[in-house]
Design a protein around this ligand. Structure first.
Ligand code: GLY
Length: 558
């Protein structure tokens, strides 16, 4: 979907000059942005036009999405911002993932008999980790942006005051979480209307969130993590049975991490390192696929090989991935090409490998709602950011007077190693709960680079994020444009359950027949999934294109 946007008059001249002088990636012909909400995309463009760079735009979009897409991310959540700074080609990932409160412990969601207490890690204050998005907003602005934080946050503050209109997607998500939203008086007041899902067009105003954003804009990090806002967050959490303390907030630390890098047949991939499983799993899959000449295979064999590679990488993900500050994650080994050769050798070209015949039984699942945006600015700076509060509307809990909807990212830990979670999956030791630990994520903000150009992409979608980004990356490798990348029909295997989940249209009838005969258990999803945002700079053609997933209501520019 395209956003109508007119550059100011002077911008046209600038564009023309840039076009004339552009001959390679460092000076794109224009800017490209794709986000999950039209207001967030407009906000990003406004900040770029005001002289900001991609990092300023990313701060503004992060804050705007916190306001206008509250079911997917927000000040009460966390995320990963993958950055490329054009002037020195410096690349880093801001890890603003939530951290378990200091009073958290391994068995906090188990009853006396050691059974998981339903819902405790999903709804209410006990489900919430200490948020990282506010810390990332300040860090990204101060270290990488060029405009004052107050200027960059102004559009989001205004959006919180004047409100945004409810759409069908909001209604669906609010309906899904209605019961939990009604448990929190502040969440009910803000996100519902007369105790029910608001009608389309209803305006959601968030004056308290505007005040909290304003505290961040004027006081920086301290504006959220200490002082009046922090006190309200802790009091609100405690009153409702939560375990947050002021110390938890004071000690929250954003971490810059070195992205993981690899290549697939000459295409360079830069993606999220642990505590995301995304980059490692994606490189693991691509390394396996590189052992086969994929484009020379029939479509059935291609899809079979992709599924078998997914199966193996997700097994490793479950066993070996967790917070690298707590668990020694063998990243180098997992993305090593010779390790991929070992895994590839166990793949039969005509037969599915039952998951139970692979060693080990551990896995983990994330919630289903998150958001992603992608930016390339006219200097060649890039941001791929995936942000989350986990389930739609996170924990559905708002501490009184803050307007901050808390995440339920604690559910991304494995509450009980070996026991299936709500989605029939099981978790591992590497991802067990510990005080101050970050839960394992699948969020995979990614850059691709090859002779053709540069792609910036990512998507929400829980444990399917990795396979969505993988399929889009293969599509880019094969010449696909952003519209094709985000529109692609998707399929997914995550080792356990041993089934291929797929969107209608991902396989032809003949493929379904052939793959079933090979032993694959195919399960068509009732709903389409994902909300990918992609920007592609074609260096040869000197064009920039962007696209938002047709499955949702995002907007892209140009
Ligand atoms: N909560 C989604 C993820 O972190 O992958």
């Amino acid at each position: 979907m395209k956003l109508k946007y007119i550059f100011p008059g002077s911008g046209l001249l600038l564009l023309l000059l840039l076009f004339v002088h552009s001959s390679f990636a460092a000076t794109p012909p224009s800017v490209g942005i794709a986000t999950a909400h039209p207001l967030a995309t407009e906000t990003g463009l406004k900040i770029l036009n005001a002289g900001g760079n991609a990092f300023d735009a990313a701060v503004a979009i992060t804050a705007s999405l916190a306001v206008v897409e509250p079911m997917s991310s927000g000040l009460g959540g966390g995320g990963f911002w993958l950055l490329h700074r054009a002037k020195d080609k410096y690349e880093t990932m801001l890890d603003g993932r939530e951290k378990a409160p200091l009073a958290a412990h391994r068995d906090m969601y188990l009853d006396q008999d050691g059974n998981i207490i339903d819902g405790l890690s999903i709804s209410g204050p006990l489900a919430a980790g200490i948020p990282g998005i506010p810390a990332a907003i300040v860090h990204l602005s101060k270290k990488y942006g060029r405009l004052p934080l107050a200027q960059v946050l102004a559009p989001a503050i205004q959006q919180a005051k004047s409100g945004f209109a409810v759409d069908e997607r909001y209604r669906r998500m609010a309906g899904f979480r209605l019961k939990a939203l009604k448990q929190s008086p502040d969440a009910e007041k803000i996100f519902l209307y007369k105790g029910d899902v608001p009608p389309v067009g209803h305006i959601i105003k968030q004056p308290e969130l505007a005040a909290t954003l304003n505290a961040l804009a004027t006081q920086g990090h301290q504006g959220f993590y200490s002082g009046a806002v922090a006190k309200k967050l802790v009091e609100g959490s405690k009153t409702a049975g939560g375990i947050w303390t002021l110390k938890d907030l004071e000690e929250y630390n954003l971490v810059e991490r070195e992205p993981v890098k690899g290549n697939y047949n000459g295409m360079e991939i830069t993606s999220a390192p642990p505590p995301s499983s995304g980059g490692v799993a994606m490189l693991g899959i691509l390394n396996i696929l590189e052992k086969f000449d994929l484009n020379k295979q029939s479509t059935v064999t291609q899809k079979h090989l992709i599924i078998e590679a997914m199966r193996r990488a997700y097994r490793d993900r479950a066993q070996f991935l967790g917070d690298p500050d707590f668990f020694d994650v063998p990243v180098k080994q997992l993305i090593d090409k010779s390790y991929a050769s070992e895994l590839a050798a166990s793949i039969k070209l005509d037969k599915a490998t039952p998951s139970h015949t692979l060693p080990g039984v551990v896995n983990d699942e994330e919630g289903k709602d998150t958001t992603h945006f992608s930016i390339i600015d006219s200097e060649g700076n890039r941001v791929a950011a995936t942000l989350t509060i986990n389930y739609p509307f996170g924990s559905c809990f708002v501490p009184a007077g803050t307007g901050v909807l808390l995440n339920d990212e604690m559910d991304d830990f494995s509450s009980k190693p070996g026991t299936p979670n709500a989605y029939g999956l099981v978790g591992g030791k590497a991802n067990a709960i510990a005080p101050g630990k970050r839960p394992l994520s699948s969020m995979s903000p990614t850059f691709l680079e090859n002779d053709r150009g540069i792609a910036v992409l990512g998507t929400p979608g829980g444990s399917r994020i990795i396979t969505m980004v993988l399929l889009a990356s293969l599509n880019y490798f094969n010449g696909g444009n952003p519209t094709e990348m985000v529109g692609l029909k998707r399929f997914h295997h995550q080792y356990l359950p041993d089934e291929v989940q797929y969107e209608e249209g991902a396989f032809t009838e003949a493929e379904i027949k052939a793959m079933s005969a090979m032993g694959h258990h195919l399960k068509r999803m009732n709903r389409k999934y994902g909300n990918m945002q992609a920007v592609v700079l074609e260096t040869g053609k000197n064009t920039i294109e962007a696209a938002s997933d047709p499955r949702a209501a995002g907007k892209s520019y140009p």
